[in-house]
Write a protein that binds this ligand. Structure first.
Ligand SMILES: Nc1ncnc2c1ncn2[C@@H]1O[C@H](COP(=O)(O)OP(=O)(O)OP(=O)(O)O)[C@@H](O)[C@H]1O
Ligand SMILES: [Mg+2]
Length: 113
């Protein structure tokens, strides 16, 4: 299992969710966050809502998936969020050792999706 964290432009969220849904990836956590990349938030202001100081508003998606859905999730995020301009975002893929569904106590693969 992997835990995929993606930071994207807020206006790409609908695109990305649509493409994830098309790949049968439905379970997702979405947050509004503030962040900065290697331009330190400066050069990118023209396309983003500015938050405090050098931080820009971004959307963070968190998706836990079984291994056979990892590439599909990455492909959906790339296709939905890429504009080829600075600040498009980044995808982090983390190993995920345990998942527990609170309602049933199920663990692992059956608890993920
Ligand atoms: N190394 C990192 N650690 C934590 N968060 C990051 C990191 N890199 C990017 N982010 C988050 O992703 C957001 C978007 O990053 P961004 O797309 O600007 O990356 P970049 O490396 O500057 O690439 P680009 O040159 O395409 O802009 C940042 O505002 C920040 O929230
Ligand atoms: Mg950047």
């Amino acid at each position: 299992m992997k835990y995929i964290i993606a930071v994207i432009q807020p206006d790409k969220l609908d695109n990305v969710l649509k493409l994830l849904t098309e790949k049968e990836i439905h379970l997702v956590t979405v947050s509004t966050v503030a962040g900065r990349g290697r331009q330190k938030g400066i050069a990118e202001v023209y396309r983003s809502h500015k938050e405090a100081g050098s931080l820009l508003r971004k959307v963070k998606l968190e998706i836990a998936v079984n291994d056979d859905f990892v590439q599909a999730a990455i492909d959906a995020i790339l296709a939905g969020a890429r504009s080829e301009h600075i600040g498009d975002g980044k995808i982090f893929v983390l190993d995920l050792p345990r998942v527990i569904r609170i309602r049933t106590g199920e663990e692992g693969s059956t608890a993920v999706g």
